[in-house]
Structures are given as C-alpha cells and as structure tokens.
Design a protein around this ligand. Structure first.
Ligand code: GLP
Length: 243
C-alpha cells in the first residue's frame, strides 16, 4: 500500500489525475472503476481538461461505477447516474453505452446485482477510484459485523445519510438503501486508488493507517489485503495519522 500525502485538495487531484491520464494513454480501452461524492470531482475536472486541451481520448474507455441509490432513476439530480453524466461523461468523448452505473430502479434488484457482478467479471476493472465515507465506508459498504463480498443492496447508516444529505433538497429525500459493489467486486480491480480530503476524513484515515490490522468496523481497512493500492490524502485528511 502506497500513501501519498499532498498539501491540499488541488495537489491531491493533480496526483490522482496524472495517474489516470497515464493509464488511459497507455491503454486505449482501459476499464475505469469510478466513484461519486465530492472528493473525485477535482480529478474528473482534470481529466476533462486533458481531453479538451491535449485530446485525451476516451472513445474506447469503459467505466463501471460503484453504487447507486435504490429508487432513483438517472434523471433524479441526487442519483449517481445524473452526477456522473454532469461531472464527467457529458464533457469527454466516452460512449454513453460504455458507461455503467447501477440502475436503482431495476425491477428485480437481487438479479440485477448478480448481473452487475457478471459485468465486472466480463470487462475486468483496470483501475478503481474510491472515496471514503467519514465512517470508513467504501462504495456503500458500511461498517458492521459482516461485509458483503458481492454486489448487493446496502442499508445506509444514519451518519452516511447525514453526510450525503447535502446532495439533496432535504435529509428526508436521501434513500436509505443503495446498490453497492461488494468487497470482492472491488478487489477484482487490478489497481485501486483511494482519495481522501479534509478534516472529516482524518479519523477514518487514521483508523486505517495507525495500526497493522483490518476490521469490518472500518471497511476501507480491508484494502490492506489488496496487492496494488495507492492512498492519496491531503494534509487535513492525514492530520490524525501518527507519523
Ligand atoms: C458516498 C459514496 C462513496 C463516497 C462517499 C464519500 O457515500 N457512496 O463512494 O466515497 O460518499 O463522499 P465524499 O467524497 O463526498 O466525501
């Protein structure tokens, strides 16, 4: 596990985007695992800039997103499909049919989750971007006694609903369930990059880096078992980590 501590959010986004740009240049048909949330926005902005100014080509790139709220379709401004379209896909030359975000309105959610895992097996994710929740969750794999291995329906913790309420008109609008990749689904990625910025991530990052253990109470700590993980944090997110 490599850890880069960057001065601030801009430097973090610079480093993450540089890695992704190199990957896309070296493999035209790269399969990107993508995350939502505010943290990767700066990284996505830099990918858009590289596309506009240097012609970074996404025409053969595929993407697979981590999660989606149950009950929201892609036209809902709080949905992750809406977020991805507006923050990234609409501004680069990726084929929309090559972009995959779980369908929160799928009729048979259990079958849908199985099919989503099959999609991951079929394409194989080259590089997975992750954010982290303030409680240590990745995707919507919440802390608990047990963690789902495969894509499944997750029940969101109160703290996660509170954290994510800023993307909705009110807290009551935030769905309490989501389709989320499982630990194994994420572990199939060849490389993983986890991004964390700001003071409210400091405790979660410290819980991962301050000890030599893993815990289902801190889902992101399981990443220590993956052979190729890069953690990029800014100084605030690193502020509770012992040096
Ligand atoms: C949501 C997403 C996660 C994301 C997290 C952190 O819960 N499901 O994938 O990592 O939010 O979001 P932010 O980057 O906005 O703090």
């Amino acid at each position: 596990m490599r850890v880069f501590v960057e001065k601030d959010y801009d430097a973090l986004s610079d480093r993450a985007s540089r890695i992704l740009i190199e990957e896309i240049k070296s493999k035209k048909d790269l399969v990107l695992g993508l995350a939502t949330g505010s943290t990767p926005i700066g990284t996505y902005e830099r990918l858009i800039k590289a596309h506009r100014e240097e012609g970074l080509d996404f025409s053969q790139v595929k993407s697979i997103n981590l999660d989606e709220y149950v009950g929201l379709d892609g036209n809902h401004p709080g949905s992750y499909r809406y977020f991805m379209d507006n923050v990234l896909f609409n501004h680069i030359n990726i084929c929309k049919s090559n972009t995959h975000v779980p369908d929160g309105t799928a009729e048979n959610l259990e079958e849908y989750c199985k099919a989503y895992d099959s999609l991951i097996d079929k394409y194989g994710i080259d590089i997975q971007i992750l954010g982290i929740g303030s409680n240590g969750h990745i995707a919507f794999i919440e802390p608990g006694e047990e963690l789902s291995l495969h894509t499944s329906i997750a029940r969101l913790k109160e703290s996660t609903i509170n954290d994510n309420a800023r993307f909705f008109n009110s807290r009551e609008e935030v769905p309490d369930k989501a389709i989320s990749l499982g630990i194994l689904s994420i572990f199939k990625a060849k490389k993983i990059i986890l991004l964390a910025s700001g003071k409210n991530k400091a405790s979660a990052i410290a819980k991962i880096l301050n000890n030599d253990t893993i815990s289902t109470k801190v889902p992101a700590s399981i990443l220590k078992l993956h052979p190729d993980v890069t953690i990029i944090v800014d100084e605030e997110a690193y502020s509770e980590t012992k040096i």
